[in-house]
Design a protein around this ligand. Structure first.
Ligand SMILES: Nc1ncnc2c1ncn2[C@@H]1O[C@H](COP(=O)(O)OP(=O)(O)O)[C@@H](O)[C@H]1O
Ligand SMILES: [Mg+2]
Length: 262
């Protein structure tokens, strides 16, 4: 049984903005999937459909054999912006991930069960922040904040981890660092993961499988070997040769491009 299954999913916003067009795929449990596509391709919509925040116009999303949206806690989400409470410690922030699974009245009084506190410390350990558990989130670096965001999602004990451009606001080194922790966390817990990424080199390094979307269509589904430069160009530029050329010219003048290319 696949952990995730999208069955002919279409999402149309308003009258005629087709954000996703007849998309079907299955993800086996524990796979680390990277979603690639230019801005406006439908990546965020895909992730929102996967976590039940957005209803597809047509089609169905099944997570662990159940239609999505029943229990919110089954899907953990990491965002581009961390949305941490800056005045609270890393530990307290991670603990808020338990809100969706604890008794609400208890949580509202911040009397988290010991089990939740243990889960928060374990999750911080997973993202390499156990020693920083007491540190105020507001005083942490961008990469550390994203790792706290991952810890918070892990505390939810989700069946599926989603991340919408989790490292796009970070410098290349911090971005790789965060992705390394996310990948390790997913492997350690056999957690099915779908992350949209902007940086192709980082995507290539961490993904087990790649989905390429363009104009709402799934135009690529394959592994690292299949993800050739031609495929990447097709995902980002389609048949727009002029746009591709402009990007290539930019790449030869931009200093940081190529720095992480293996
Ligand atoms: N809430 C919304 N209402 C109307 N149109 C939307 C909404 N969200 C996204 N869109 C449109 O859907 C398309 C896909 O957007 P999105 O999923 O955000 O793409 P990506 O995350 O790849 O940049 C775009 O054309 C975008 O303008
Ligand atoms: Mg987006």
């Amino acid at each position: 049984m696949p952990a995730v299954s999208l069955d002919n999913v279409t999402k149309i916003y308003g009258r005629d903005t087709v954000a996703l067009e007849d998309i079907s795929f299955e993800i086996p449990e524990g796979e680390f999937v990277v979603l690639l596509g230019p801005s406006g391709a439908g990546k965020s919509t895909m992730l929102r459909v996967l976590n039940g925040l957005t209803q597809p116009t047509e089609g169905e999303v099944i997570i662990n054999e159940k239609p999505v949206g029943g229990e919110r806690s089954e899907v953990g989400m990491v965002f581009q912006m961390h949305y941490l409470i800056e005045s609270m410690s890393a530990f307290r922030n991670a603990l808020t991930g338990a809100l969706s699974r604890s008794n609400f009245a208890q949580s509202a009084l911040t009397m988290y069960p010991d089990e939740d506190k243990r889960a928060a410390l374990e999750a911080l350990e997973t993202v390499g922040l156990l020693d920083e558990a007491g540190q105020r989130a507001g005083s942490m670096s961008g990469g550390q904040k994203q790792r706290v965001g991952i810890a918070r999602a892990l505390v939810q004990d989700p069946d599926l981890l989603l991340a919408d451009e989790p490292v796009s606001s970070l410098d290349p080194k911090a971005a790789k660092d965060v992705m390394r922790y996310m990948k390790e966390a997913a492997k350690e817990r056999n957690l099915t993961t779908v992350a949209s990424l902007h940086q192709v080199n980082i995507a290539r390094e961490f993904g087990d499988r790649f989905l390429g979307v363009r104009d709402g269509e799934l135009i690529f589904d394959g592994d690292r070997e299949d993800l050739t430069m031609d495929v990447v160009d097709q995902i980002y530029y389609g048949d727009d040769e002029a746009a591709k050329e402009r990007a290539e010219n930019l790449a030869t003048t931009a200093p940081e491009r190529g720095e992480d290319d293996e």
